[in-house]
Design a protein around this ligand. Structure first.
Ligand code: SAM
Length: 248
């Protein structure tokens, strides 16, 4: 099987079961599965959900899925690019999947935009992405993605997954993350706020003063001026946003 489209199939039954159990700790109505591949996770999800909607872009894999699950009435297989699929129409639904790593960021962006309309998302991602999603301020992995996720959801790592659990094995370590949406975004004006946060992180090694002074000259008067973005918690970003942006 060519390693196109991030196709690394999970073979570890213990991990597959854990993902399905985390996705549906009790029976759930609908699960949207991103990238079902050959259906390894799909089988476990079908045991725990009234309906599974599986979105797979690869035509050959879709044919294989249709064959493997023929006669299974609670599975809907969509041959589609998940980035071009309107997932909102399936909400509320649990989101699950062993993600194709080459499009992790746009998938995460879409998933976060669906909050709070799903109860949880359980996603297998590169360990480096899991680290970024769950980093504390001051850590090397803390960045825009950490803050963007924290605005919309609580994120935790369920378990790490080694390359040997996949066929073929990927070059990187992986981890399963669970995203549980907050009832609403933790900040007002989330899109504008995150644009501001992105500006703060523009030059990661630069101080906030250097990153912000052309747009917000008042930064020079604030105590945060000499800090770097990676040192600020979500609450501190919010305070800074209030001081610099909401007032202009
Ligand atoms: N869930 C399977 C497993 O665990 O064995 C396969 C996971 S594999 C890492 C990622 C899957 O996502 C592949 O089946 C790949 O074809 C599919 N995929 C890649 N790009 C996609 C896209 N844009 N939309 C939907 N599926 C995609």
């Amino acid at each position: 099987m060519p390693r196109k489209l991030g196709q690394h199939f999970l073979r570890n039954a213990g991990i597959l079961r854990r993902i399905a159990e985390a996705a549906a700790p009790e029976p759930v109505d609908t699960v949207v599965e991103i990238g079902p591949g050959k259906g390894a996770l799909t089988g476990y999800l079908l045991e725990r959900a009234r309906r599974v909607v599986a979105v797979e872009v690869d035509r050959e894999l879709v044919e294989g899925l249709r064959h493997r699950f023929s006669g299974v009435e609670n599975l809907e297989i969509l041959q589609a690019d998940v980035l071009k699929t309107d997932l909102a129409r399936y909400m509320p639904a649990v989101i699950a999947g062993n993600l194709p790593y080459y499009i992790t960021s746009p998938i995460l962006e879409r998933v976060l935009q669906l909050t709070p309309r799903f109860p949880r998302a359980v996603l297998l991602v590169q360990k480096e992405v899991a680290d970024r999603l769950t980093a504390r301020p001051g850590r090397r992995t803390y960045g825009y993605l950490t803050v963007a996720a924290a605005v919309f959801a609580e994120v935790r790592v369920l378990c790490r997954v080694s390359p040997g659990s996949f066929s073929p094995p990927p070059k990187v370590e992986s981890a399963v993350v669970i995203l549980e949406p907050h009832p609403g975004p933790l900040v007002a004006e989330p899109a504008r706020f995150l644009e501001f946060v992105s500006t703060c992180f523009r030059g990661k090694r630069k101080t906030l003063k250097n990153n912000l002074r052309s747009l917000y000259p008042r930064i020079s008067e604030l105590p945060e001026a000499s800090l770097r973005a990676e040192q600020l918690s979500l609450q501190q970003f919010e305070k800074l946003y209030g001081a610099l942006v909401r007032t202009v």
